[in-house]
Design a protein around this ligand. Structure first.
Ligand code: PMP
Length: 357
């Protein structure tokens, strides 16, 4: 059965990558071994890990002043590692409060030191991005979430020269939107959306910023120790990292700019279908709408129930949204094909509720 998956993560991967993965589980590159069996300290794996790190730097146009890490523990461990490594007594970390995940990052950091919400759009229920002043000097770092996965808002450009080091959670839009990655001192992304499979988080750190790390940190939680050990203090999630490598190769082969243009086009079509429908409504401020997670509601609850059923009958899967913002969320990450979006839009256009509301 052909299905069309719009899950927010773990997300759809390109068919080509899925075929390569399934081949590698039986026989990795003709080695006679499965990707699940290879020794992680042998060059058979370290070459793959190093290639993945190299491709991150190439696609993000980073120079050798950045280190790339592949860490376990998801985005939520990064919420803790950041303050554990950088938040010092008598100093503050500033958080831009743009939604659920931004809030979770700040709440985790509070366990380790002083934080401050420097801007928030909570009073607008995160339907728009918070406004930023020009400068926020004196913070150990400022934390921003580039794409708010649940609320469906996205920074179109990253704020530059804020006066303090900038850390960006790019979990739901890395390599999906044009970015000047050099604006960041550290950026991270969980793999299970735009980058690969769940189980690993990519972290890129500017060496100058890394040098400011605290030293009283256990090795597993220390960026500096992880860098020294090339992300292999413990046995790394080999399969997840390999999936990221295949996605990175796919991005390079297709051309990052082409993928970004396709993403913009996919999103345009879905927003257009929402606007054109008498049954749907997009609550997100037009200027801040995400190209990765399109959030919308039905005009009433019965329409929402009927559309969810209709979509499932037409093999459109995993579109239920977070109730706090919208009944539906269509995730359009890099691995979601244009054909899947065409199908979704035709299902949206065909939808007519059984009763007149
Ligand atoms: N940050 C963002 C922007 C996210 O969307 C998510 C997960 N959806 C996370 C962090 C948390 O990731 P994890 O579940 O891997 O901890």
């Amino acid at each position: 059965m052909k299905t069309f998956n719009f899950n927010a993560g773990p997300a759809a991967l390109p068919e080509e990558v899925l075929h390569q993965l399934s081949e590698s589980v039986i026989n990795l590159d003709g080695s006679g071994l499965s990707i699940l069996e290879i020794p992680h300290r042998a060059s058979q794996f370290t070459d793959l890990l190093n290639e993945a790190s190299f491709l991150v730097k190439e696609l993000a146009r980073l120079d050798d002043d950045f280190e790339v890490l592949w860490l376990p523990g998801g985005g939520r461990l990064q919420f803790c590692m950041l303050p554990i490594n950088f938040l010092k007594d008598g100093k503050k970390a500033g958080y831009i409060h743009s939604g659920h995940w931004a809030e979770a990052a700040e709440k985790s950091a509070k366990f380790y030191g002083e934080t401050e919400i420097i801007s928030s759009s909570a009073t607008e229920h995160f339907k728009a991005l918070p406004l930023l002043e020009n400068q926020y000097p004196g913070y150990v770092y400022l934390h921003l979430t580039s794409n708010n996965t649940i609320e469906g808002t996205q920074w179109k450009t990253l704020p530059a020269n804020l006066g303090s080091p900038l850390i960006v959670d790019m979990s739901s839009d890395i390599f999906g939107q044009h970015r000047d990655y050099k604006t960041c001192d550290l950026f991270y992304a969980v793999a299970q959306k735009n980058l690969g499979a769940a189980g690993v988080t990519m972290v890129a750190i500017r060496k100058d910023f890394l040098a400011k790390h605290k030293t009283d940190v256990p090795p597993m939680l220390s960026y500096a120790h992880q860098v020294k050990n090339n992300s292999m203090l413990n046995t790394p999630p080999v399969f997840s990292i390999y999936t990221c490598l295949l996605m990175l190769r796919w991005l390079k082969k297709n051309g990052l700019q082409n993928v970004i243009n396709t993403n913009a086009e996919k999103a345009r079509k879905v927003y257009e279908a929402i606007e054109a429908s008498p049954y749907f409504n997009c609550p997100v401020a037009p200027a801040d709408r995400s190209v990765m997670n399109v959030v919308f509601t039905g005009k009433n609850e019965s329409i929402e129930k009927e559309f969810l059923k209709f979509a499932e009958q037409n093999n459109v899967l995993n579109i239920a949204g977070h109730r706090s913002v919208g009944a539906f969320r269509i995730s359009l990450y890099n691995g979601v094909s244009e054909a899947a979006v065409e199908h979704l839009v035709s299902v949206m256009n065909q939808f007519t509720p059984s009763a007149t509301y």
